[in-house]
Design a protein around this ligand. Structure first.
Ligand code: GLN
Length: 395
């Protein structure tokens, strides 16, 4: 049998599927479908911030940035945490700039998890968590946020903690479910972390994209948590610059040091010219994310109404770019089969989230839809769904 390139892959990659987001975006491009799959906005962030990036490129900010990040950006990140949450950080030791939050996740897991260590993680999990826990040699211990409410089951969380638990990997606002953990839920996580002396790594990239009265509470602000929480975020979602890949990790110096320790061998440093521009965004456009959230709430409502009208059970998200539906009411017990049929049936692409679950039964029928798109794009997607026969077996 010929040796295929797949057989040459290291075992640390075995069983990790290619990212579903790229697969589904390729499907959308191939079929000309309206792409409500991968979460990226179709309008860029503030022009003044882009102008800063252009100025930095032209002004010579083109050689290596310092390892932890450009000082102006680290200072702006520290100010951001103070302004929004009252968190005090030393920009020299408690902030590191990463190449998107994705590198922050990778560096945190590589820097904090030893082979055999257990990581308690919410499922459905963002796909890079699965990949990076495995690449770090860790063992995932999922806690399922179950349909239809996708709330945290604190007893289930406690049941996954063992003497081998190294850390809890949290994500709120939560992709893909749109759940924003309440203060009480976060307090329950904090109680477990303090009781078992655990580190919490928290992905808060949708921190500013919450709706109605569902405010984001960083778990680092709860009593006893600042010293054990590594907070990850980025400019991508807050400022509609997902392709810039500028993120950060903040928290106590030893945890941030672990991120930097791994990061320096992954990317060495992050791209120089975008960092001053993101510093400008954080300092000079502090209200942009809130205005974006107001727009997104309207788009959420437009999408959710359209999904419900198409016969899908939709859960109204409290935050993020995404709404999750149950496809079983239309006769599809399998969300992947639904998503593969959808471009031809309706000319729309969405994301099946079953691959983000260990508990296959909990996720099989779930499909995620992005509303970070212009209203006319969402309206066109909804119009196509309304015009199509979406019932299993139908045409
Ligand atoms: N965060 C984006 C989403 O959830 C996708 C990023 C990616 O494609 N890796 O859709």
């Amino acid at each position: 049998m010929p040796v295929t390139s797949r057989q040459r892959h290291a075992t640390r990659l075995h069983g990790i599927p290619p990212t579903i987001f790229s697969q589904m975006s390729a499907l959308a491009a191939r079929t000309g479908a309206v792409n409500l799959g991968q979460g990226f906005p179709d309008v860029d962030g503030p022009p003044a911030v882009i102008a800063q990036a252009v100025a930095a490129l032209r002004g010579g900010a083109n050689q290596y940035a310092p390892g932890p990040g450009v000082p102006a950006l680290r200072a702006a990140i520290a100010r951001h945490q103070r302004r929004h949450y009252g968190i005090d950080l030393d920009p020299d030791t408690e902030v590191v700039v990463t190449t998107g939050c994705t590198e922050g996740i990778a560096a945190a897991l590589l820097g904090l998890v030893d082979p055999g260590d257990e990581v308690v993680v919410l499922e459905p999990y963002y796909d890079s968590y699965l990949a990076m826990i495995q690449m770090a040699g860790g063992v995932r211990r999922p806690v399922t946020l179950r349909a239809p409410d996708f709330r945290l089951d604190v007893d289930a969380l406690r049941a996954e903690v063992s003497p081998r638990t190294r850390l809890i990997l949290l994500n709120s606002p939560h992709n893909p479910t749109g759940t924003v953990l309440t203060r009480a839920e976060l307090q329950a996580v904090a109680d477990v972390a303090v009781e078992h002396d655990l580190v919490v790594v928290t992905d808060e990239v949708y921190e500013h994209l919450t709706y109605d009265d569902h405010g984001h509470v960083p778990i680092a602000t709860l009593p006893g948590m600042a010293e054990r929480t590594l907070t990850l975020s980025s400019a991508g979602k807050s400022y509609s610059f997902t392709g810039w890949k500028v993120g950060w990790a903040t928290g106590p110096a030893d945890l941030v040091g672990a991120v930097l320790g791994a990061k320096q061998w992954l990317t060495f440093t992050s791209g120089s010219p975008l960092q001053p521009a993101v510093a400008h965004a954080l300092d000079e456009e502090p209200d942009f994310p809130r205005r974006l959230a107001v727009e997104l709430r309207e788009r959420r409502d437009l999408l959710c109404a359209g999904l419900a009208a198409a016969g899908l059970d939709v859960r109204e998200p409290e935050g993020t770019y995404f709404a999750t539906t149950d496809t079983s009411a239309l006769g599809w017990p399998d969300g992947l089969a639904f998503c593969l049929a959808l471009p031809e049936r309706a000319g729309v692409v969405a994301i099946p989230t079953q691959g983000f679950h260990d508990d296959a039964d909990a996720g099989r029928h779930l499909v995620r839809w992005a509303f970070c798109k212009q209203p006319e794009v969402i309206a066109e997607g909804v119009r196509r769904l309304a015009a199509a026969d979406l019932r299993a077996g139908g045409r």
